[in-house]
Design a protein around this ligand. Structure first.
Ligand SMILES: *[C@@H]1O[C@H](CO)[C@@H](O)[C@H](O)[C@H]1NC(C)=O
Ligand SMILES: *[C@@H]1O[C@H](CO)[C@@H](O)[C@H](O)[C@H]1NC(C)=O
Ligand SMILES: *[C@@H]1O[C@H](CO)[C@@H](O)[C@H](O)[C@H]1NC(C)=O
Ligand SMILES: *[C@@H]1O[C@H](CO)[C@@H](O)[C@H](O)[C@H]1NC(C)=O
Ligand SMILES: *[C@@H]1O[C@H](CO)[C@@H](O)[C@H](O)[C@H]1NC(C)=O
Length: 391
């Protein structure tokens, strides 16, 4: 039920003494424009042409990130083999997952086939890679409104928990290998940008995105007993009336033309995995955290400027429950938001909040900053120098 299974405590014990928690630090200031040891570079841009057939859309991205993607998938396979040494898991992936791809809704299966063709990586492994994000994402997302009514949306993407702690380097193997495949995508129709997303090459769902002028959307993992593994198993055995979470976010970014419509779909669609959706609109008061169980919506927590709620913030715990004590990124993030005040909130000061440990941690892959009215998405690759929390 709780977010972190017991193996984490083991991992903690394995981490070197200097890596022991809590490593909270005072709220950072002046970290933007990104610089210094917490900043590894800007995420590069690519264009995805939605007018092309799905199989051809990803050719340019994959062509340019092929080697990095290959290295990442090899590391995932090595982990899978270490986990289930018989090789059965990898056999399942190579032989059975390709069949699963054929059952995915248009255009996702077709896009995955195209990615497999261009990269030369077996289709089953591309499918596994796409399933991964339904399960291992932990993050911090914030929607805030400034004094002029302008909406700002920022997030840290923390990915790769449990996926291979590298004792020598105090880092997560998969998190490190993800950084080189991070891409910003400009999805176009008729040569016009429809939406932008910060993503990972080879992944066809969406975790972070903006429809310029209309809304911004991020997704955070939500852990529950009736979680993503159950949903994926159900899909494999043939119960297929639920939607993959990250396919829903993609379809909302691609098709919704208002905050209200996006919210309605995120609240009502039955999902394969539980999730938090963090949605920002384009006018005062339009911002919310949607807490989803697979079949129902548990809570919609909205901005309420009159009541003094000028931001909503979500990590990976239901807001009415305390975070797990060894994984409290919520309190430090809120402390820094409160200290910044609504007068001084901006993408710049939100970057400061997301640079403060342990909001910034060893899993943090990128920080994305979005302004709906300016139609902008900026994303930066991150590093968390020691001492730093493993998550
Ligand atoms: C760990 O760090 C060493 C030295 O910086 C580097 O050569 C090595 O590739 C790193 N290992 C991983 C798994 O990143
Ligand atoms: C997009 O622009 C290119 C050149 O800029 C042009 O060749 C192509 O026909 C345009 N496509 C559409 C769908 O307008
Ligand atoms: C806000 O979004 C609505 C659609 O929900 C759109 O009609 C309106 O033009 C947008 N406002 C601005 C200021 O862009
Ligand atoms: C931040 O401010 C809100 C609203 O005043 C308050 O409910 C919350 O407890 C504060 N959190 C922290 C960590 O300071
Ligand atoms: C807001 O920013 C201004 C200018 O940087 C600074 O002087 C002021 O103290 C800040 N206010 C708060 C509450 O931090």
């Amino acid at each position: 039920m709780k977010a972190l299974p017991p193996c984490v405590f083991l991992l903690l014990a394995l981490a070197s003494a200097q890596d022991l928690p809590p490593f909270t630090e005072d709220c950072r200031t002046g970290t933007y424009p990104p610089n210094g040891p917490t900043f590894l570079g800007k995420v590069p841009w690519f264009t995805i042409n939605l007018d092309l057939p799905p199989q051809e859309r990803w050719s340019q991205v994959i062509g340019s990130k092929k080697q990095e993607l290959f290295t990442l998938l090899q590391a995932i396979k090595d982990l899978a083999n270490a986990f289930v040494p018989s090789g059965k898991l990898v056999k399942f992936v190579d032989e059975d997952l390709p069949l699963l791809v054929a059952t995915l809704p248009y255009p996702f299966g077709e896009e995955m086939k195209g990615i497999a063709d261009v990269s030369g990586i077996p289709l089953g492994e591309i499918a596994l890679y796409n399933i991964f994000y339904e399960v291992f994402t932990v993050c911090t997302s914030i929607v805030a409104e400034d004094k002029t009514g302008k909406l700002l949306h920022a997030r840290n993407l923390d990915f790769g928990i449990f996926l291979g702690w590298d004792i020598t380097n105090s880092s997560w193997t998969i998190s490190e290998l993800l950084k080189p495949v991070a891409v910003n995508l400009d999805f176009q129709r008729n040569n016009k940008s429809i939406f932008f997303s910060t993503n990972f090459a080879g992944y066809v769902g969406m975790i972070t995105g903006i429809r310029p002028g209309i809304f911004t959307l991020t997704m955070n993992e939500r852990y529950s007993l009736d979680g993503g593994f159950v949903g994926i198993l159900e899909w494999i055995i043939g119960k297929r009336d639920d939607i993959w979470m990250s396919f829903l976010t993609r379809s909302v970014l691609e098709n919704s033309t208002s905050y209200g419509d996006a919210k309605n779909q995120l609240v009502k669609t039955k999902l394969l995995a539980p999730a938090y959706f963090i949605l920002g609109g384009n006018q005062s008061g339009e911002g919310c955290v949607i807490t989803r169980a697979r079949a129902s919506c548990l809570d919609v927590w909205e901005l309420d400027i009159k009541q003094g709620r000028w931001y909503v913030l979500e990590t990976n715990y239901d807001r009415w429950k305390a975070p797990l004590f060894i994984d409290d990124r919520r309190t430090p993030a809120m402390k820094c938001m409160n200290r910044t005040t609504q007068e001084n909130i901006s993408l710049k000061t939100m970057y400061d909040v997301l640079t403060t440990k342990p909001v910034l941690n060893k899993l943090t892959t990128y920080t994305a900053l979005m302004s709906v009215s300016d139609g902008t998405l900026e994303a930066y690759l991150r590093n968390c120098p020691n001492p730093c929390m493993p998550w």
